[in-house]
Design a protein around this ligand. Structure first.
Ligand SMILES: NC(=O)c1ccc[n+]([C@@H]2O[C@H](COP(=O)([O-])OP(=O)(O)OC[C@H]3O[C@@H](n4cnc5c(N)ncnc54)[C@H](OP(=O)(O)O)[C@@H]3O)[C@@H](O)[C@H]2O)c1
Length: 334
């Protein structure tokens, strides 16, 4: 997009809460018009009013991204209202926790329909229009789990690795066409994602520290809209994890297993739930999920940084392991 924000038109899927909502508000404050998509109409209407209070136009199009016809309808509505769109953000997604054996097959498949095939259909319709216009910017939201993995999230990890690989391939196809494809990989973010999670583990889950704000991801998305880049990792912890995985994959996997069991599960039983996977939930319409207890952030980061550094040093006593441990710890503590 690389031009002034004023009068740019941006389509955002998954705008009814969390990162999508934060991004829509950030764009509206800059003067861009927004097309807001998700399944829940009421929170989208509220968001549209908030965006319009900044002097821009906001169009609400209730959309289930796992339905290709609905995504095509979203594109058609955006074009009917504005005549074009400058950027399209494939952000809609659901988290799923459960071991391979706990996760029902239909849940695994629906997660891929939403997180991956929703992105594929969104990319298809956006690229079709960008070709007509001779330009456009596509942003696909992946995750740290598009670069690394943890236990009990195999469906989500598969979907986010798929988004990342798919985007890289399409980016190469579209080189020098005026169409940019950017992938954003956020670390753990404080959004309602965790309330919406499909969870078959039997335990309540919470995000793994350190947790960053959705506004931080929104700022990163706005930056790639202005200055497109192939991939952006949001949150130093995610950069630390990706670096550690690249250099010491076995150590990383052992560490992640420990971190997941110690931090991702709360010690509270919960009946299996499909969360918002098949149907949207009334809960969780805000930008934040309420997980960031600001006062304890620095302490949690310090403890996690110390834990990762200790694990790296003890499992690979050599100089390289120690240096990496210190680098990862430094990144996590920032
Ligand atoms: N929070 C994190 O830690 C984190 C980290 C890395 C990546 N991400 C990614 O960031 C994106 C946004 O998540 P979030 O954290 O902002 O969580 P969120 O608050 O739960 O937002 C998810 C959004 O996706 C929409 N959505 C879900 N299923 C949909 C469907 N079938 N069709 C259309 N919209 C659908 C939801 O709206 P409706 O329910 O109204 O449809 C909601 O607007 C996701 O792709 C997620 O995987 C999040």
């Amino acid at each position: 997009m690389k031009r002034a924000w004023k009068n740019q038109v941006v389509v955002i899927t998954g705008a009814s809460s969390g990162i999508g909502r934060a991004t829509a508000l950030a764009l509206a404050k800059k003067g861009a018009h927004v097309v807001l998509a998700a399944r829940r109409e009421e929170p989208l209407d509220d968001l549209a009013r908030e965006c319009e209070s900044h002097g821009v136009r906001a169009l609400v199009v209730p959309t289930d991204v796992s339905d290709p016809a609905a995504v095509r309808h979203l594109s058609a509505e955006a074009l009917r209202a504005f005549g074009h769109f400058d950027a399209w953000i494939n952000n809609a997604g659901v988290y799923l926790m459960g071991s391979l054996e706990e996760t029902p097959d239909d849940a695994f498949r629906q997660l891929m329909e939403t997180n991956f095939f929703g992105t594929v259909t969104g990319t298809r319709v956006a690229v079709t229009q960008f070709r007509r216009q001779g330009q456009g910017t596509l942003v696909n939201v992946s995750s740290t789990f598009g670069a690394v993995a943890a236990p009990c999230v195999s469906a989500y990890v598969a979907s986010k690795h798929a988004v990342r690989g798919f985007s890289s391939s399409v980016r190469q196809e579209l080189l020098n066409t005026g169409i940019d494809v950017c992938t954003v990989l956020p670390a753990a973010i404080d959004t309602p994602l965790w309330q919406h999670t499909a969870n078959y583990t039997g335990w309540r889950v919470r995000p793994v520290e350190p947790i960053y704000t959705p506004e931080r991801v929104a700022r990163a998305i706005l930056r790639v809209l202005r200055e497109p880049r192939p991939e952006v990792i949001v949150g130093p912890a995610a950069r630390g994890f990706a670096a550690m995985h690249g250099l010491m994959p076995r150590t990383f996997e052992r560490t992640m297993r420990g971190v997941t069991h110690a931090q991702h599960f709360e010690k509270v039983r919960q009946s299996p739930t499909s969360g918002s996977l098949f149907r949207p939930m009334a809960e969780g319409t805000g930008t934040s999920g309420g997980y960031r207890a600001a006062g304890k952030q620095w302490l949690r980061r310090l403890l996690l940084a110390g834990g990762v550094a200790a694990a790296a040093v003890s499992l690979r006593g050599g100089g390289a392991g120690r240096r990496l441990g210190v680098r990862v710890a430094h990144a996590l503590a920032r």
